[in-house]
Design a protein around this ligand. Structure first.
Ligand code: CTP
Length: 402
């Protein structure tokens, strides 16, 4: 039972494939999980709340403006009470709403309000799937961190042939398991290991309303944490204010500043390994005040002071140093020379060097081109999706800790 104890918020949209979602509810239950069903107005045209609710053994949520439902569990709480949000079938309309941030019914509002990973199983007519608007929305959603399963190709209910068929329920179940960290807790090559991952930017306040930040999305860090969880590791994920969805199955510690990030990492020790993927702000404002700086006609001078180097602090610990310390190096020129020097300067075991020069699209993007630098040598990986970089790195970490 791989979904033991997991809650899945299942949004059923208005497509003929909605009937397959009934089977999905059964499969989730068989796998030990629990589906909390949400039915859109369109979905209600295809299946009844009674069937869905009876199979899920749970009340079906349908309305956004329902006082008694809100009194029991508000939509914000509903959107966050699950470990994963699944949209099946994800219609062209639901995808368009989610891609554009609409919130005009319960389903779209839940998708806007959630802080959990989202998995979509699209289902629609082939022309609608191939329409540039749908493809634009799919790409936008993927860039926002939404995972997809399907659609498959085949004969469709409308009589046409091509891509657009919703993935079969067992395939969606496998995607759910993968999104939730696949491996059963306590199994996999990293079972019993604790890994700390830092991720995202930090925000350094200038005054109560302004801050210094950087373009990090947190995607690479989230992907690394998810890949480690899939290999059975217990992961503490220390993240700055990142846009990427938080990885499932980790202990998540949200911080703002570099100082808070260092304190959170130290509090999470001991660990077998630590991966420092965060783009920590190098400086903070020396005297960030409690009141908003007012315009006076001349620009204020900000005095900056250096932040603690979290990676170097942990890598140079005399006691309680994780066995494997992995840093990242974001460089815009002389990538390898700077990265080699950085590995030695910071005292880490491995350094993942990435070129973040303008035009590479790495900072904030979905792909990465890295070189892994260790004491033994260097390995250049091809340009890969950040999730693939994460898989490879997690495999290497598992080998190193074996
Ligand atoms: N790092 C950190 N704490 C800091 C600065 C950086 O933990 N205050 C970590 C990052 O998470 C990353 C590595 O150090 O793993 C290198 O970050 P990078 O920004 O490339 O290096 P800097 O130390 O900032 O060096 P420089 O800006 O001079 O290139």
């Amino acid at each position: 039972m791989t979904l033991e104890g997991r809650r899945i918020l299942l949004i059923v949209g208005g497509g003929i494939a909605a009937y397959k979602s009934l089977e999905l509810v059964r499969l989730i239950a068989k796998s030990g999980g629990h589906a909390v069903p949400v039915l859109t107005a369109g979905g209600r045209e295809f299946i009844t709340p009674l069937t869905l609710g009876a199979l899920a053994q749970e009340e079906v949520h349908e309305a956004l403006f329902d006082l008694s439902a809100e009194a029991e569990m508000g939509h914000i709480e509903l959107s966050r009470s699950a470990d994963l949000v699944v949209v099946a079938p994800a219609t062209a309309d639901l995808m368009a709403k989610a891609a554009n941030g609409h919130a005009d019914d319960l389903a779209s509002t839940l998708l806007m309000a959630t802080d959990k990973p989202v998995l979509m199983a699209p289902a629609m007519n082939v022309r609608m799937w191939l329409h540039p608007a749908t493809q634009r929305n799919r790409a936008r959603l993927a860039a926002d961190g939404v995972a997809f399963v399907g659609p498959g190709e085949g004969e469709m209910a409308c009589g046409e042939f091509g891509p657009g068929r919703m993935a079969e329920p067992p395939e969606i179940l496998a995607a759910i398991e993968a999104a939730l960290g696949g491996a059963r807790p306590g199994s996999g090559p990293l079972a019993g290991r604790h890994v700390i991952v830092t991720s995202g930017p930090t925000h350094e306040p200038i005054d109560p309303v302004r801050y210094i930040a950087n373009r990090s999305s947190g995607r690479q860090g989230s992907a690394i944490a998810a890949a480690l969880v899939r290999r059975g590791a217990r992961v503490t994920f220390v993240t700055g204010p990142a846009v990427a969805p938080r990885p499932a199955g980790c202990t998540i510690v949200e911080v703002e500043t570099a100082a808070e990030m260092l304190a959170a990492v130290e509090a999470a020790l001991p660990a077998d390994a630590a991966v420092f993927a965060a783009a920590v702000a190098d400086w903070r404002v020396a005297s960030a005040g409690n009141s908003k700086i007012k315009k006076t006609g001349s620009a204020p001078a900000l005095t900056l002071t250096e932040n603690p180097d979290i990676l170097a602090t942990i890598a140079r610990r005399e006691t309680g140093r994780p066995r494997l310390v992995v840093g990242f190096a974001a460089e815009t020129d002389d990538l390898l020379a700077h990265a080699r020097a950085k590995r030695l300067r910071k005292g880490c075991d491995w350094l993942v060097a990435n070129d973040v020069g303008s035009g590479t699209g790495v900072m904030g993007g979905t792909e990465n081109k890295v070189t892994l630098i260790t004491a033994e040598g260097e390995e250049s990986w091809p340009r890969l999706d950040k999730t693939e970089v994460a898989e490879r790195l997690a495999d290497r970490i598992a080998e190193a800790l074996a």
